[in-house]
Design a protein around this ligand. Sequence first.
Ligand code: PEP
Ligand code: MG
Length: 757
Amino acid sequence: MLDILRRIVQEVNSARNLDQALSIIVTQVKAAMEVDVCSVYLSDEAQQQHVLMATEGLNPESVGNIRLAFDEGLVSLVASRAEPVNLANAPEHPRYYYFPGSGEEQFNSFLGVPIIHHRKVLGVLVVQSRNPECYVEDSVTFLITIASQLAGAMAHAAASGEIERILAQNGQDLDDSKPLLGLPGAPGVAMGTAVVVYPLADLNAIPDRKIDDIDSEIEVFSKAVEQVRQDIINLSSRLEALLPAEDKALFDAYLLMLNGESLLGETIGNIRRGNWAPGALRQTILEHVKIFREMNDPYLSERADDVHDLGQRILAHLQAANQREMEYPNETILVGEDISATMLAEVPPGRLKAVVSVRGSRTSHVAILSRALGLPAVMGVKDLPVGRVDGCQVIADGYSGNVIISPSGAVRKEYQRLAQEEAELSAELMELRDQPAMTQDGKHIPLYANTGLLSDISPSLSSGAEGIGLYRTEFPFMVRQSFPGEEEQYRIYRHALQVFAPRPVTLRTLDVGGDKALPYFPIHEENPFLGWRGIRITLDHPEIFLVQARAMMKANVGLNNLHILLPMISTVAELTDALMLLRQAHAELIEEGINVTQPKIGVMIEVPSAVYQVDSLARRVDFFSIGSNDLTQYLLAVDRNNANVAELYDSLHPAVLRAIYQVVLSAKAHKIPVSVCGEMAGDPASALLLVGMGIDSLSMSASSLTRVKWVIRNVSTKRAIDLLDEVMQMEDPQTIRQYLNSRFEIAGMGGLVRAGK
Ligand code: PEP
Ligand code: MG
């Protein structure tokens, strides 16, 4: 059964559209379960009806015509209970509803399971048989498993408007201005042309893309095929002596496929229909893979992998040819399954307007980078049909997390108005640049910039930052082929310290691991966020830590604005060990005759255990910096990059607020300054609460500085404390956020927390 299940799942996943997926399901499930009927019903919310969408066994003419009201029939019973209904004799059930002409009267048993995606019932999968017997447990679990697989495909289709189109039975283009919901990644709204980016050589992720110059596309494709043919001939002759004859036959099979009409001819046919070569290739290869997989002969079925592999090889050559030609329109909206920092950096400056990613969340590093660049970002748009949006007009709203594909004229106009207001608001806020960040009662709360991300592109200085509150040193480590030496690190740190002197610059020691990997220092762990990360790595490798500490201290000579920050401290012992190494670095440099001073040293409070040992930590350091990104993920047990649980990730959760408040109070008791350097600091609503808690400074993406400055300048300490008191009575993050947002609306500054002014 597992084999059959796997095969059906694979086929459903490679179906071209929902129609095809549904027909695969009903045919295959009917055969596999040896039942007389298999049908799929979709829930039509607008009409409040369940509609028969595909069937094998009932009268095919009933498709689209059988429509059951939400309180009618057994199908509705399954949907409303959101659980299976298994009956030996369905016609005897009081909810049984007979649709004349369906042919249903011949069947007795009924098994219906709901198709559920993210708690929402999208439809019902039904099997029926003449035999009046309940279905055995194995059949029930099989059908549930199939339904759970179908749910993803259906959610995609619903998100792209495909379901509505099918229900309305007319096939127009993607254009219904219905927003897809993702997560706010970086504030701002933008409209532009989607450019889908994808990792190299991943055939399944290749989007369709319209082309005009068909002849040159065919030429590019033929060239790639020729290169693969050469590769295979070379490979085959190199392995000639080593391989047994039957394995060598594989190469011959590849060459046969490459010479044959079907793969090449079909791909060229797809190109002639206007698809670019990689998309045309994907279409052909996935079709062929499907045909091979359907064969019950295990040998032939395995050949599907060979076809896929061949496709992958051709694609690699196509991508190499295409890479130079990647075109980014003036208003590019970068769209992809998983957008990396390098994909973002490849877009020529000025052309990138927004980022939309299927994976990730607000605290993913690409969202942080977008914020640093002042670009709106929407993350975790799980239902985005990536393969079909290239070249489409897209609106990305980084406040609400909404993405609209091919918006209608009216929606476009509305967003143009919002974007215009955004620009006006930014210009107004820019006037605050040189004003002090001072509350109405005169309390100065310095605003610092977070930097280190591709260091030269972060416009920290021009944003009016009073220093650098967090310099993530791992980024210079990431873009190299090996660990940078002391001299190279010295140059990088010296530059940052010099540019900002005499203002403070906080350099954080290396915090790799988790989602930040070094290409030359691979770490493979089941659970990297709970693994070898941050200070745990550098304490295990004092040679790395000492080189970095020495470079930092040397860079500080004559400037004396260096603060050193230690990440991921979870025990007092880690702190004392790190302090010992810092003392060692200092002593060594003095011994070498370099006139270094002792920098201020602080710890990041970003692990729950540090919150509960905050007094012991405070006694040993000069300052605290609260890393709300990690503190939130560890306190709430929610992976900061996982879109599936991103709705649970919220730094305004009462537990996070309490933890932060406790840290601030403890720092006050020990008379050491405390800052927040996680993304929360740049969120106007959160900043308001942090001021109420008595935070000493805030560090954020440069692009958030003026917004937060507006908040500080427009609130008094007393008002912030009162607000905090009110919020501390609330029990869930949604209520807190709504309440704080409403305060901004009342103050006439709703534009700080949503699109528009
Ligand atoms: C944090 O965890 O809040 C933080 C600032 O560090 P990073 O985002 O680099 O993990
Ligand atoms: Mg952190």
